[in-house]
Design a protein around this ligand. Structure first.
Ligand SMILES: Cc1cc2nc3c(=O)[nH]c(=O)nc-3n(C[C@H](O)[C@H](O)[C@H](O)COP(=O)(O)OP(=O)(O)OC[C@H]3O[C@@H](n4cnc5c(N)ncnc54)[C@H](O)[C@@H]3O)c2cc1C
Length: 391
């Protein structure tokens, strides 16, 4: 009898870490890691930081030999186009099919686009290595950049562009940068730093239209009627889970209005037998009963450990305290715990640039956010783990 492989779809961080964890936990059967990009699995966080600034060229996570050593069959440049969960068969973009014993979905996100923008050079989104390489090439000659959206990636790019002496206009429809993830009080402190670094930050304003001449972007009209010049534009308005290939599969998906993604339990198991999901694409069930997607690096590794243990029937590690970092200028912003849903934010320290904020829910500390406060943030880990509540 042939044994079908465990097939992981998506050779990004979550897919790679799952393959690693399955081997570490003792799974020695066939294992396929399938990805539609043609390069070896790579790290994305440096793309908006050191890579785009030209400080590093390669963010590969594991060399090719690693996959041979671990007997992980790496199939790159092939996209999963559908799945028959009854026959346990994955359909591939090259017309072939792949039978699986267990299917693990780790297809990540795709940047949202703003409809109606002109087809012109100089307009970018950032998710993949190819996106970053194209952006870096244009950055080398850019003089004035417009960044649309002051989320983590928009803020990091604004900082990277300033490091290259490029003028930056950063527009954000919310009242402050990072308002959705950190709240307006802390977002204002992040905005202050960008202004000090010379960014022309315009909050409460969106993009109306882009202007292009001779096939190249030259500027934009904003929703308040202002016109800005720009020879480089980045659209950083968020990303959506890559689930279109699952549309006919019957695998339950979260409502798009609630962030979408593949619905899974707190170990990554979907309600369809032998189908699992993790990483940015997955909406895992939280202790509160709600499903939530988490779009951060540390989460992918932690979910890989939990999923591999559940799939192999091994003891699950205790879930960690959620952690996110973002490097902007010379400051590391760190988010430890779950700031969403806090009913009180206390600014504990603020020296005009570095700051420390505590997030409380019902008087209980649920998250700490620091800028340039690495030691003070990390020492709160035990307290936050003890306080972990269903928010
Ligand atoms: C520019 C940038 C900077 C970031 N910086 C930080 C940071 O500072 N801190 C932090 O905590 N997090 C950061 N993140 C987030 C972090 O990188 C992600 O959380 C992490 O990459 C998620 O991994 P993933 O494997 O779930 O998804 P991905 O890394 O997106 O991997 C998914 C893979 O699946 C492939 N795929 C999609 N559809 C198919 C298909 N049908 N068939 C086959 N393959 C498919 C995709 O092409 C991709 O290669 C950053 C992300 C980006 C883009």
């Amino acid at each position: 009898m042939t044994t079908h492989p465990i097939v992981i779809v998506g050779a990004g961080l979550a897919g790679l870490r799952t393959a690693e964890e399955l081997r570490r936990a003792g799974y020695d059967g066939p294992l396929v890691l399938l990805g539609d990009e043609s390069r070896l699995p790579y790290d994305r966080p440096p793309l908006s930081k050191q890579f785009v600034r030209g400080q590093i060229d390669d963010t590969t996570l594991r060399p090719a030999e690693f996959f041979a050593e671990k007997a992980i069959e790496l199939r790159l440049g092939v996209r999963a186009s559908g799945v028959d969960t009854v026959a346990r068969r994955l359909l591939l973009s090259d017309g072939s099919a792949l039978d699986y014993d267990q299917l693990i979905i780790a297809t990540g996100l795709r940047p949202k686009r703003i409809p109606g923008l002109p087809e012109a050079s100089g307009i970018h989104v950032l998710r993949s290595h190819d996106d970053a390489a194209a952006l870096r090439a244009d950055l080398s000659t850019a003089r004035r950049a417009l960044v649309v959206g002051a989320g983590f990636i928009g803020c990091e790019l604004a900082a990277s562009f300033r490091a290259q002496d490029v003028e930056v206009v950063l527009v954000e429809p919310q009242p402050t940068p990072l308002a959705a993830s950190l709240g307006e009080q802390v977002g204002a402190l992040v905005g202050r730093m960008h202004r000090e670094e010379g960014v022309d930050l315009r909050c409460g304003v969106g993009l109306d239209s882009l202007v292009a001449e001779a096939g190249a972007v030259t500027g934009a009209r904003l929703s308040d009627g202002a016109v800005v010049q720009a020879d480089l534009v980045v659209i950083g308005v968020g990303s959506a889970p890559v689930t279109d290939w699952l549309a006919e599969s019957g695998i339950p998906l979260a409502d798009r209005r609630e962030g979408g993604g593949v619905l899974a339990d707190a170990s990554g198991r979907t309600s369809i037998e032998n189908v699992w999901a993790l990483g940015d694409v997955a909406a895992w069930r939280h202790p509160s009963g709600r499903h939530r997607r988490v779009e951060h690096w540390t989460n992918a590794g932690e979910q890989a450990q939990l999923l591999a243990a559940a799939l192999l029937g091994a003891e699950s590690p205790a879930p960690g305290v959620p952690y996110v970092w973002s490097d902007q200028y010379n400051v590391k912003i760190q988010v430890l715990g779950a700031p969403g849903g806090a009913d009180e934010i206390r600014i504990i320290e603020d020296d005009g640039r570095k700051f420390l904020a505590h997030y409380l829910t019902g008087g209980v500390l649920t998250a700490v956010v620091g800028a340039g406060m690495v030691g003070k943030v990390m020492k709160m880990r035990a307290e936050l783990a003890a306080n972990a509540v269903s928010v």
